[in-house]
Write a protein that binds this ligand. Sequence first.
Ligand code: ZN
Ligand code: ZN
Ligand code: FE
Length: 761
Amino acid sequence: MTVSVRNAVSVCRRIRVRGQVQGVGFRPFVYRLAQELNLAGWVRNDGEGVDIEAQGAADAIEALIVRLETEAPPLASVTSVETTEAPTSNARGFEIKVSRHGTANTAVTPDTATCPDCLAELFDPANRRWRHAFINCTHCGPRYTLTRRLPYDRPHTSMAAFAMCPACRREYDDPNDRRFHAQPNACPVCGPQLSLRDKAADPIAETLARLQRGEIVAVKGLGGYHLACDAGNAEAVARLRERKNREEKPFAVMFANAASVVQFAEMDDAERALLESRERPVVLLQKREGCDAALPGIAPGLAELGAMLPCTPIQFLLFHEAAGRPAGTDWIAVPQRLTLVMTSANPGGEPIVREDDEALARLNGIADAWLMHDREIVTRVDDSVVRANQFIRRARGFTPQPIKLPKPGPSILATGGFLKNTICLTRGDEAFLSQHIGDLDNAPTCRALEETAQRMMELLEIEPEVVAHDLHPDFHGTRFAADFARGRGLKTVAVQHHHAHIAAVAAEHGATGPLLGLALDGVGMGTDKGIWGGELLQVDNERFDRLGHLRELPLPGGDKAAREPWRMAAAALFALGRGGEIKERFPQQRAAGAIAMMLGGSAHTPPTSSCGRLFDAAAGLAGLCEVAAYEGQAAMRYESQSAQHGEVEALRDGFVLGADGTLDLLPLLARLADERDAGLAAALFHATFASALAAWLERAAQECGIRRVALGGGCFLNRILSAGVRRRLEAKGFEVLEARLAPPNDGGLSLGQAWIAMQGV
Ligand code: ZN
Ligand code: ZN
Ligand code: FE
């Protein structure tokens, strides 16, 4: 028998690729590789990812397998490639087969910034998509925000309303084209249309002209409307604050490029890479001197500036217009003067405006003009906000990217907390943390929670088996969880707030087994129904013990104290036996006398171990922020003061470790009450608090023998505190876990709830 050499080396393999491999140009990529490597066979999408059969020379198949991972398209992320042998056949040529519609067990990709190839076309006057506000390709553009359900095909997106013209169709059908199966593919002939209300020949030019005149324009973005104005125009910024009823909360600013940011803020390589990343989050950067003068009223009293770069073609076109509408892309790297406030259009703390009618109605009286278009936003998603190593808000660009859990389990729906609410759904060992939903203090945000849960369950095809919620009976998330579970006969699990904070950090680090948890936070309900918030826990998967907590301070006037730091300063004075000073120290506060009286009694002053309120007390004693304009303002300004002052030695006798496990910082507060230099006071507070926390953890570790600690809770957004605690703990030999993939604040709570519920069943 004679066997030709060619046949002898011909093998056939079935290859299974998993990960984020659909809707990202993976099949044409495989097709091109197969052609280049002279392989026969086919590629298709199915419920588990991408399925390939390839036949040809053994070394060519080997090369294919390697290159599937090493050369994957920009938006793909391959988690595994498995190969099995398959019988050889007479197959010739390589084809892309139609999707096999099974369970849509694959990822929906996040929305991403316009890619360099598309930008080159966008600014090429000879290109048919010159200045086309909806340019996109397989490597960029909207995804999650316009997808209704899987599989990810055009009829299942808000592009269904637009029929492709012959030229777009050709690109869409050509495996060698960058737009092969780019579902939102469009051009000026067949795509969505931009319009400026009311009427303008050139909506981009007119929008820019209005912005430059100081007007406020509502601009439709990927996941909702922004309110934009000239960030360098003090009057425009002040007008926006007044109309939006947002006194001091910082605004994010959009710059043309990183080179334009440099004069306003410091930026290292990692921060620059984040700014320029395809996720295009708002990045918090250290302000430079002169920033506040150049960008008046943008981030008053704070050390950081929230900066972002253009993400959508519309945003790029505004800067292109300001640059004088140059041809080519060279201008994109050149510093530009135009800076734009780009703040979520979410009047009254309600969810970001998504629909056009809603924008016209709800932004009436706020916006002077509306830059709109007729491509529907299906899912509402705010901008993400990050620091180099931390999420502050995880949303556009990142959702619905899953976070890997340490092990698989039943599907969970977790409904999160009250402030900065998110929900979480799990499938196997993947946790899908939703985009930021908001504070559940208004009916529209409560509805948005339910909508988000519904939409994500549909989109990800998840049927929850267990529902987790906060321990607090009155949160909307708790009521929704109960209703949802009752309707389907599911089990519910109530999770303590700070346990959830620690579990969220443990989950993302794959840390199972016992660990210490330091939860420094605003407030959350404790198992004793108390107002917790500065907790030292021992967490053993779904169980926890409260080893100790910050010494409690009275909370004069309940919730109001969270808004008025001077009340916490009064509480501290009272606790120091100096209640008599309250009235004279806070002459501006009409309620000072009443509060002093109230503290002397026992009504309306529940005790709290909240770390957030401890910060308020310290900041209030420094006279820094007697009444806060937004949640967390006092602590943020206090941190900025400390940063400006520079590092100091911790006070040796600033704290007491109580025999009952408490950490008592009254000695430190006593010192601060007499310190007139606010900067020094803030620096002393941060240094002493961090060293006290490290001593507290050290004592606990000696008792329980655990030297792994997870840091959770919103107070860890304070960089001086988190860096100080980490450094001191590591010096004592602790392994320190921090929130990296989810925010440490209540935005990460649902992840922890889900992980606890999964382990408890
Ligand atoms: Zn592109
Ligand atoms: Zn077209
Ligand atoms: Fe919290």
